[in-house]
Design a protein around this ligand. Structure first.
Ligand code: ADP
Length: 422
């Protein structure tokens, strides 16, 4: 099948979120980890997941351009640059510099920018980004350790990051529908504006903006604005009606397991639920701060328990225990120790016949995927919003990578009841 939409995502779980959105829209989608070295997988949409959100600007630009080249070489009809729905960036970048480089490479002169995602409470009005009923800079994001967002006015925020100019397309125009939005974008482009921040407060606004973006070389935004893109390719006959078949993965095989390194509230609740429903091991990292010993203990424990009911192995701990380990080892070393242990546990479980693995935690997922040598993930049906089952290559394993705060309380059990094959 020809590649239709080529995507560049500035982080790993953001890439999965976008991929899942496209699959729900009827496109087959594969997430590739890092700039690909070989040919791209066969799919309607390929999402190249970078770790460029907080990388040095020059590196983010270089990697994004390399990803763009790979997508163009594979025939992508449109490029999508995906960033966070809270517009995570600093005055240096990386959203502006990466978008500038893509606009130049694609010679398109103009791109829309829209991080809106109403389902998750992200809306844009008068160019101002809201998180729920709070302005971005009063939402907690002003305290983010890496990308503190101290200004909710995205026209200003993007304006500080780009060598180009930024203008607002207001809600009144968006409310008139796709034709009006397209006219507004064409007008801005012809007057030399490089970016339009576009207001949106509902899914319908996003769908209309997506429709208006048909044929544009570059679209930038959160996963929300991708909602309207699959229909564009269907309208032109390039994308067949796939419906739910876009999400079909190979049949599941092998034992079930969960590995958790996220210490977020949602994950701790999910471990609490699992304790009553499945064999659950909670590692005491403070008592045994040794990755190899923790892995050996966990794999010993799991032996004889593997089967259809998942074994749940968690390093996750409440804040006071995390703080104690961090006080002992330092924050980065504590995180790295746990990530090494969990990656080794995941490897050991796969070697023991686990074929369906849930991993809880963004960083934890990154280290597990790396340890397993995964280079791409075909995206399947969603378990809970933002968390699909995926099929990992070249290791032939079903993986669900859950960012810490996602998922209902019974996630670790119910994941294994979600059919991935008819
Ligand atoms: P989330 O998606 O919830 O942010 P992450 O996996 O990204 O989860 O981050 C959790 C971090 O906490 C990881 O670096 C992990 O290694 C670390 N961690 C997990 N358990 C513990 C623990 N008991 N003590 C200290 N750090 C821990």
């Amino acid at each position: 099948m020809p590649l239709l939409l080529g995507c560049i995502a500035d982080d790993f779980t953001g890439a999965t979120d976008l991929a899942s959105m496209l699959v729900k829209g009827g496109m087959t989608a594969v997430q590739v980890i890092g700039v690909p070295t070989g040919p791209l997988p066969d799919a309607d949409a390929v999402i190249i997941a970078l770790k460029s959100r907080t990388a040095p600007v020059a590196q983010a630009v270089t990697e994004s351009l390399a990803a763009c080249e790979a997508l163009l070489a594979a025939g992508a009809r449109q490029i999508f640059f995906k960033y966070c729905s809270t517009f995570d960036s600093t005055d240096e970048g990386n959203i502006g510099p990466v978008a500038d480089a893509l606009v130049k490479r694609l010679d398109c002169g103009f791109a829309l920018a829209n991080p809106c995602f109403p389902t998750n409470g992200r809306t844009v009005f008068q160019g101002h980004l809201f998180v729920g009923d709070k302005l971005l800079n009063e939402s907690g994001m002003e305290n983010h350790p890496l990308t503190p967002m101290k200004d909710a006015n995205l026209v200003r925020v993007l304006g500080r990051q780009t060598t180009g100019t930024v203008k607002l397309i207001p809600l009144a125009t968006v409310a008139e529908g796709p034709a009006a939005i397209r006219r507004a974008m064409t007008g801005l482009k012809e007057s030399g504006w490089r970016y339009a921040i576009i207001d949106a407060v509902t899914d319908q606004h996003l769908i209309d903006i997506g429709e208006a973006a048909a044929g544009q070389a570059l679209v930038t935004g959160g996963s929300g604005v991708a909602m309207g893109l699959p229909a564009n390719f269907r309208r032109t006959g390039l994308l067949p009606e796939r419906g739910e078949s876009a999400a079909i993965l190979p049949r599941m095989q092998g034992h079930a397991a969960v590995v958790a390194g996220s210490c977020s509230r949602a994950t701790l609740g999910q471990i609490g639920f699992a304790r009553d429903h499945a064999p659950t091991l909670e590692l005491d990292v403070l008592a045994m701060p040794d990755a190899a010993a923790l892995a050996a203990q966990a794999l010993d424990w799991a032996t004889g328990k593997l089967g259809d009911t998942p074994v749940v192995i968690a390093a996750s701990a409440p804040p006071e225990k995390v703080a104690a380990l961090q006080a002992k080892l330092g924050r980065d070393a504590a995180g790295a120790l746990v990530e090494h242990a969990l990656a080794a546990i995941a490897q050991g479980l796969v070697a023991r016949g686990v074929g369906r693995l849930v991993v809880a935690g963004g960083e934890t997922s990154g280290s597990v995927v790396q340890a397993l040598g995964v280079t791409s993930l075909r995206i399947g049906p969603e378990i809970d919003p933002g968390v699909p089952w995926t099929y990992a290559s070249p290791v032939n394993l079903h993986l669900a990578l859950k960012s810490g705060n996602f998922g209902a309380r019974d996630f670790f059990l119910k994941a294994f009841d979600v059919p991935v094959h008819p």
